[in-house]
Design a protein around this ligand. Sequence first.
Ligand code: MEV
Length: 322
Amino acid sequence: MKKIKASTPGKLMLFGEHAVIYDRPCIVAAVDQRFMVTVEEIEGEEIVVQAPGVGMHDYRKKLADLGETRIPKGLRFVEETVRSFYEKHKNGGLRIKTENHFSSEFGFGSSAAVTVGLAKALHELFKVEILEHELFEFCYQVVLKVQGVGSGFDIAAALYGGVLYFVTGGKRIEQLKVSNLPIVVGYTGVKADTPTLVRQVAELRRQHPIRVERWFEEMTAMVEKAKRWFPQGEWFKLGKLMDENQEILKKLGVSSVELDRLTGAAVKAGADGAKLSGAGGGDCMIALVGEKKRRMVEKAIEAADGEVLKVKLGAEGVRIEK
Ligand code: MEV
């Protein structure tokens, strides 16, 4: 029976996290740690999911029950993607296999990556034509249904790849021409929970609307500068901007002891600037570093108990694998 395999990149937020939830822009880069999804038609009226990355080796669900009863946490995006697709294009039994090239602990966006990869593979398998912006919308709705919150920036990165200027819900998605981005990525060893941090910032904004809106405005100005400076390769200026962005993220209360330690160590060792990347609370930090100081900064991150992740930024978006 016919089989389709799709792959999607992970993502790293470069500027504007949290503010992007509130109708503001951010800059996100796709990373070359790819996520694979294979779909295959099978006999019978059920889906069978093999997702070793989330400890699921033989999950089965009747098509009639999709979206109902309890769904294991690691499979909510998979099941909701199939349910949404089958709601429009009823079909038969399906086997789904997912493979991570990166741990879902790193915060590279495995939920968005699996959603986009699976949605693309299903449309391809059942020969349903869909435009890219429609696929974005389809996947964004899946994320909102499962998670309740999210700007959709991670969906855009998985779909389009590259380095993107992105506004909430995909109101604007522009590809930036950026080459050889000199970034070092450090993992804190702590898994962050994005919805919890998003709700925490929402609560702070409810309590101090004027202050938080001012910080978001400042972040917007940074994102607009970064949008100009990335294509010009203004790394030093972008580094300083990262430091400024990090200061606001600290005020928002989303940095952590580990993130402060790793960003501090990177800057001390000669990075042009450093910040957390994503929701905060853990996951990864990024530092802008010229080639000469790269090794020093990597060593400093390791000495501060971080794990340096070797990733390339600006990776290709979703693609069908032969
Ligand atoms: C999480 O990586 C980034 C946030 O802005 C959430 C989102 O945009 O969906 C905190």
